[in-house]
Design a protein. Sequence first.
Length: 198
Amino acid sequence: MPNCRLYLVAPEGIEPVEGSRIIAAALEAGDAASILIPAGPRQLELAKHLKPLSLAHDTALLLAGDPGNCLKAGADGIHLQADPASYAAARAAMGVDKIIGIECGTSRHLAMTLGELGADYIAFSGVAPAKNGTILSWWSELFEVPCVAFDPANEDDAVVFMREGADFLRPPDTMWRDAETAALTVKSYNQLILGTLK
């Protein structure tokens, strides 16, 4: 298995039945480490549709922002904005076996703080490829906690992020246009990972 995998993020407001069909096509097309369901009024409904799919494809089912919904849906974990108190409350509610990922923007201080507290991954957003490297290369060189390049990445940026040590990549949100596009995107990005890291 390559040391970088796909981190899929379902679009906000996606309709649960049709959304599940499109996400199923993505998961059936190739390896994906996780699928994150954004917060919203139908988050729990979509999560319940996706739970058997995620189990069948060994893909972690993550929910954004609500430990209660995570537990109700039997999801694998939660994705939170960086805040030590929110992390502590989620860990107390969910226990040590659930995944808790933290989005830190480009804050080194928050990333280090939440990593030390026990976050299972750190997601960096607002990262633009730079000649002297990005926060991804700094993190991967110094810390063992996995990192996510959380912004949707085109193929050129994805290659840069992989070479800088990103453990997880998010493909472009255009992948969710329909089931065929979702499947093709997962296939092409897995090929990109293999070609870049072999």
